[in-house]
Design a protein around this ligand. Structure first.
Ligand SMILES: *Cc1c(COP(=O)(O)O)cnc(C)c1O
Length: 398
């Protein structure tokens, strides 16, 4: 069978390949420390699960409006208002089957073939394939570890062309945990307005923020920027609800109407039951979120300290999310990558066999000097994992 070229061009996920290998070892009884997973290790809070059970018992099990039930849109609007002082109308909100689906819809309605979308490196794995599926050209701009892997206004400006249509921002970032400051966003915002760009602001980690930092996105800075920004969020990460598949998009009504139309011809509404659960997540008690963030903050400090104790390894300090993205390039001289393999892939392979530990190679995120460690795992596993890495790297030598 000849699969459509549109799909053939999408690279297979190396993360999944690594995962498969890790699972294979696990099945053989090998004790693997898994730093690969990109989801909270907590349970969905009870009040949210109860709301879903209620929805089922009350028979809330049919099609809903394509773009989400009014009650959920209202809860989302309230969140934006209360948390960020951003005012939206129901016509400016779309609820989708996960944040990823919201982004997919947005990429589809935003780009003509050949339009350029700026994606700062390192990036979340799905932005590039989503751009390709929309026939847009991903313009990857490397950022520097010294600037916390954050794109500067000058770096953005240098790569703009008449075809540049949009900029992707993700703060706190997956994979780096980097958080943009208000000033950095103001500087980027100026370039955005000067060149009439759209902004895709992926705020999925807005609540997983450490050190008392206050969340800020580019839409909050100026009404003109708000008009040019599509904000993506969801309940997956904040409420440990990755399996429930509820995400939402906020932005200009014309774009939201188009994305809703696209959704009406593809998935229709997201699960009615999950929508009821999401209402409870957004409007119910938030104590579970605070407890989860406090635990992530403790682990961030611990894994960072242990990582920086390894000779030659450097890292930025994550301000949010639940990932560490350390630089292991000091050890790359000793690796023997297989043909076609990058250094970070070779190191991930080495750590898997030598340290019985899974981490995602940085080349997946467009930065081969680093590996991504998710610390959505217990304190004990973090301690075990890091001592294993230290030992394996000592054996390798610098
Ligand atoms: C997890 C994640 C998403 C979306 O997750 P969903 O489960 O689809 O809501 C979007 N962006 C980033 C950066 C993520 O890490």
């Amino acid at each position: 069978m000849q699969v459509a070229s549109r799909i053939r061009q999408i690279p297979p996920s190396a993360t999944l390949a690594l995962n498969a290998k890790a699972n294979q070892l696990k099945a053989q009884g090998v004790d693997i420390v898994n730093f690969g997973v990109g989801e909270p290790d907590f349970e969905t809070p009870d009040n949210i699960r109860e709301a879903a059970i209620r929805a089922i018992k009350e028979g809330f099990t049919r099609y809903t409006p394509v773009g989400g039930i009014p009650e959920l849109k209202e809860a989302i609007i309230q969140k934006f208002q209360a948390d960020y002082g951003l005012a939206y109308q129901p016509s400016e909100i779309l609820v989708s089957c996960g944040g990823k689906h919201g982004l997919y819809n947005l990429f589809q309605i935003l780009f003509e073939p050949g339009d350029e979308v700026v994606i700062p490196c390192p990036f979340w794995v799905s932005y590039v394939p989503m751009a390709m599926l929309a026939e847009a050209v991903p313009v990857l701009i490397p950022t520097r570890q010294e600037s916390g892997f954050k794109l500067t206004a000058a770096e953005l400006k240098a790569r703009l062309t008449p075809r540049t249509k949009a900029l992707v921002l993700n703060s706190p970032s997956n994979p780096t945990g980097g958080v943009y400051t208000r000033k950095e966003l103001e500087d980027l915002g100026q370039v955005v307005l000067e060149h009439g760009l759209y902004v895709i602001s992926d705020d999925i980690y807005d609540k997983i923020l450490f050190d008392g930092a206050k969340f800020v996105n580019i839409a909050m800075l100026d009404p003109e920027l708000k008009a040019r920004t599509f904000v993506l969020n969801g309940v997956s990460k904040t409420y440990a609800m990755t399996g429930w598949r509820i995400g939402y998009l906020a932005g200009a009504a014309a774009g939201i109407a188009a994305a809703t139309n696209l959704q009406s011809q593809s998935t229709s509404n997201p699960s009615s039951i999950s929508q009821k659960a999401a209402v409870e997540a957004l409007k119910g008690p938030q104590e579970a979120v605070a407890a989860m963030v406090a635990e992530f903050a403790w682990r961030r400090d611990d894994i960072l300290k242990r990582t920086l104790e390894i000779p030659g390894v450097t890292s930025t300090k994550p301000g949010g999310a639940f990932y560490l993205f350390p630089n292991f390039s000091a050890y790359y001289g000793k690796l023997k990558p297989a043909p076609g393999q990058s250094n970070s892939q070779a190191l991930a392979d080495y750590l898997l066999t030598e340290a019985r530990l899974a981490a995602v190679p940085g080349n997946e995120f467009g930065e081969d000097n680093c590996l991504r460690f998710s610390y959505a795992t217990s304190r004990e596993r973090i301690a075990t994992g890091l001592s294993r890495i230290k030992e394996a790297l000592e054996k390798l030598g610098k």
